[in-house]
Design a protein around this ligand. Structure first.
Ligand SMILES: C[S@@+](CC[C@H](N)C(=O)[O-])C[C@H]1O[C@@H](n2cnc3c(N)ncnc32)[C@H](O)[C@@H]1O
Length: 430
């Protein structure tokens, strides 16, 4: 099995068919048996997608004419070759010959791949210099995203772009029902796993190096979960009191539902999501962690069909969003997300907010969250909501993390090593 060829096949699914990298890896990796081979293919795929705009720019300079759409697999293979030569500690001659060997199903491409990669080795310096002159190539983002970040965050956007291109640290949430964070840190240290407590988030730990979950003490017994600290803040902010009824309307795969219950296990939680397959993961997660909620596959924009007249003291709207705050974890967002998606997403966010607001009990709190850094999905969304709902008042979020905004609080990607996230807290008048 040629590993570069495997990586190219996986990448071609993302590039040609618009499949997410996670889904393409889930389909492609099980065919590879050896653990190290799997890790190599995964590293190639993430690397190519993370550096896509620079690699593609260079490839454009190295090819005399673009490849046809039916040869996206060869394009992907060339990108794998360039990625190895630029970013991996693989000997150049081995990288070239193994990549060329992956063309056996299309013999015409053998000379092309060989010539392009050798040309790169000769011209690397000039190509790198040319990249520095091109906005998309230099920042590894599509032009529309660069413009959107620059418009919203003129003082911060270079840091935002650069944060997106680094692999994020692995963070854990310690299940407070099964032990304290300090005790778990001691246990990690005893197992030779270096980690630190994350300041400002009581349940979060940051590992020095990513591991597979099987290597984490007590993972199967529900003592910890993998979750960025920014996402863990939702449970703290929602401030659920004993026995309260909580509605979590975009719940899958259940990271925040579980965090809420670990903090307040006596809460009566209804977790809904429109996607039944993703909702199944909520059930699996809750079972592993030893907490329980009612789960329901339902459309948050149509509560008349599922809410049954019940009111809730707390509501979490972790809205479907562009995901532009989690590009570090899902670099394919840079390729697959379109600017035209934003209008649909912001309309859906507003629809969900308006629909579930009616289910909030007087005096109750609604927490709005996204993993985006765009104002139109965040503070502008809340500004409009407050203008339309005089019975809604914003509660301040006093914190050391993030930026206080005219409405809500924004974490920009990479701040305190966290994902990009937004939170706003609203109370309904009693
Ligand atoms: C940001 S994700 C939620 C992540 C989740 N809260 C967690 O912490 O694990 C957004 C979710 O919204 C769901 N969704 C999208 N449109 C919806 C709708 N109309 N009603 C309910 N859920 C919806 C998606 O299926 C997706 O699972």
């Amino acid at each position: 099995m040629n590993l570069r060829g495997c990586a190219a096949q996986i990448l071609a699914k993302v590039l040609a068919d618009g499949v997410s990298l996670t889904a393409a890896l889930d389909a492609g990796l099980p065919k590879i048996k050896d653990h190290q081979d799997k890790a190599f293919v995964q590293a190639c795929c993430y690397g190519v997608i993370r550096h896509y705009f620079a690699l593609e720019f260079m490839l454009g300079k190295l090819l005399s004419r673009p490849l046809k759409a039916k040869d996206t697999d060869i394009k992907a293979l060339l990108l794998v070759g360039l990625y190895q030569l630029q970013h991996m500690r693989v000997k150049p001659h081995a990288a070239v010959s193994e990549t060329v060997a992956a063309t056996s199903h299309k013999p015409w491409a053998k000379n092309l791949v060989n010539a392009v990669l050798r040309q790169y080795l000769r011209d690397a310096e000039a190509l790198t210099a040319a990249c520095a002159e091109d906005d998309q190539a230099r920042s590894n983002h599509p032009a529309w995203m660069i413009a959107a970040f620059a418009a919203d965050w003129p003082d911060h956007y270079p840091r935002l772009l650069s944060a997106d291109d680094h692999a994020p640290p692995m963070m854990l949430r310690v299940n407070a029902l099964r032990g304290e964070r300090g005790a778990y840190l001691d246990e990690l240290a005893a197992a030779g796993i270096a980690a630190q407590a994350v300041d400002g988030c009581a349940t979060a730990l940051r590992l020095d190096q990513a591991l597979s979950v099987e290597q984490l003490p007590g993972f199967a017994d529900g003592r910890v979960s993998v979750q960025d600290a920014a996402a863990q803040l939702a449970a703290e902010l929602l401030d659920v009191q004993a026995g309260q009824r909580v509605l979590d309307v975009c719940a899958a795969p259940g990271g925040k539902t579980a965090a809420i219950l670990e903090m307040q296990p006596s809460a009566e939680v209804l977790a809904i999501d429109i996607d039944p397959a993703r909702l199944k993961r909520v059930d699996d997660n809750l079972t592993r962690l030893g907490v329980s909620a009612t789960t329901l596959a339902a459309d948050a924009t149509r509560p008349d069909s599922w809410a049954g007249g019940h009111l809730f003291e707390r509501i979490l709207v972790d809205a479907p969003c562009s995901g532009l705050g989690v590009i570090r974890r899902h670099p394919d967002i840079k390729l697959l997300r379109r600017e035209s998606d934003l209008a649909t997403l912001t309309a859906l966010q507003a629809q969900i907010l308006n629909a579930v607001w009616d289910l909030l009990a007087p005096g109750g709190i609604l927490l709005y969250a996204t993993c985006s850094v765009l104002k139109r999905e965040n503070e502008a969304q809340i500004e409009q909501f407050l203008a339309d709902h005089p019975e809604a008042a914003e509660l301040p979020i006093a914190a050391h993390w993030g930026l206080a905004r005219p409405h809500g609080r924004q974490i920009l990607t990479g701040d305190r090593q966290m994902d990009g996230f937004y939170y706003a807290k609203l109370r309904k008048s009693a």
